[in-house]
Design a protein around this ligand. Structure first.
Ligand code: ASP
Length: 358
């Protein structure tokens, strides 16, 4: 891998006690205006000029930058593998990790990393900004400074938040529960079905009961298979038989995230049910996720979801589409039997879903 490594001299008078690895992938945060007035990624070595306060945190910071920082709309499978590998390779050297990432697909990347980095015991905090760091009113400074602080925070020598999270606009959210909901205002992310893990004000107020409690000693395992032979099929009134038929005919298709209405409901028209049944029988895993941001899929609550349940469509409970699609890609690549894929899909793996009675 051909990454640029920048070591920042943030040393103050005291002895440095903490260390963080920043992975700079791109996104609005790290952009500045060039001579032509266009936004382009800036050299991360200059970050101390933009945020002189970094020296006050008394953290030794290393930045590994993607060779070509990207707009996160261009994130692909290899980028996920690279991010996870960088963390895995540097795991023992740092107290925590901060991933600077565009907001557009941040929830997908945070979800995928929560599945790939199994046995995680250290904070991995994704953050970014709605306005570039070079702008006066930028949210980048606060997002980055607080993410760094969370990444090194410990109690009794143990990291407070040993999870993959998103910190944005004063909120720390579990990464695989978050969703981008705003493209203009600073409050870009929400997590409707799981409480924030912390809120930052004059202090960082941690919501301890919501944070994963890691009691046992665990070793980080890095699992890197990803199978993207999946689709997200969003239902809408008027969707035609032809559209669904062409989807399930896609060669090599292994999984469908079916975005249904409300608590997991779909049309009861015979052609629709027949096609869904055909997909399940052909070994395509169909995962039922609600179009609503809050609430959950309860298959069988209405007749319009009972049929799906009976034919073997799996309930996504309260999972987000972002977590559902990345979990499906992950399991399809790393499990060999269809029954294990199906079993693990409906079982929480990294706090991404709450299964009632489960
Ligand atoms: N398009 C940008 C990206 O996701 C938006 C952002 O950084 O917030 O990379």
């Amino acid at each position: 891998m051909n990454y640029k490594i920048v070591r920042l001299n943030t040393a103050s008078q005291q002895e440095i006690e903490h260390s963080v690895l920043i992975i700079y992938t791109g996104g609005t945060l790290g952009m500045a205006y060039n001579a032509q007035g266009a936004l382009v990624p800036f050299n991360f070595g200059q970050i101390l000029e933009k945020i002189p306060n970094l020296t006050q945190l008394n953290i030794s910071i290393t930045v590994i930058s993607f060779p070509e920082p990207i707009d996160s709309s261009n994130i692909n499978l290899q980028h996920w593998v690279d991010m996870a590998y960088i963390i895995y390779e540097n795991y023992d050297t740092y107290d925590g990790f901060v991933v600077l990432h565009g907001t557009d697909t941040m929830a997908y990347s945070a979800s995928m990393l929560s599945f790939m980095l199994q046995g995680l015991n250290k904070p991995v905090i994704f953050t970014g900004a709605q306005l570039p760091i070079s702008e006066m009113r930028s949210d980048a400074r606060e997002n980055l400074m607080t993410s760094l602080e969370i990444a090194i925070s410990k109690i009794n020598g143990k990291p407070i938040v040993p999870e993959v999270c998103i910190f944005f606009n004063h909120m720390l959210l579990r990464g695989n529960r978050a969703k981008k909901v705003q493209s203009i205002h600073f409050d870009a992310f929400e997590s409707e079905n799981y409480p924030p893990l912390a809120e930052s004000g004059i202090v960082i107020d941690y919501n301890f009961p919501a944070i994963r409690n890691v009691t046992e000693e665990r070793r980080l395992k890095y699992v890197n298979g990803i199978n993207n032979q999946v689709i997200v099929l969003k239902l809408f009134p008027g969707i035609t038989e032809k559209v669904i038929e062409s989807c399930i005919k896609i060669k090599g298709l292994k999984g469908i995230v079916l975005e249904t209405y409300g608590s997991g409901n779909s049309p009861s028209e015979p052609w629709f049910l027949k096609l869904m049944q055909k997909a399940v029988k052909a070994g395509i895993v169909v995962f039922n996720v609600s179009q609503c941001n809050g609430g959950r899929v309860i298959q069988g609550r209405y007749q319009t979801s009972k049929d799906l349940e009976e034919m073997g469509v799996l309930s996504g409970a309260d999972i987000t589409t972002e977590a559902a699609v990345t979990k499906l890609m992950f399991l399809l690549a790393n499990e060999t039997s269809e029954s294990e894929i199906r079993r693990k899909l409906i079982t929480p793996m990294a706090g991404e879903m709450t299964v009632l009675g489960g």
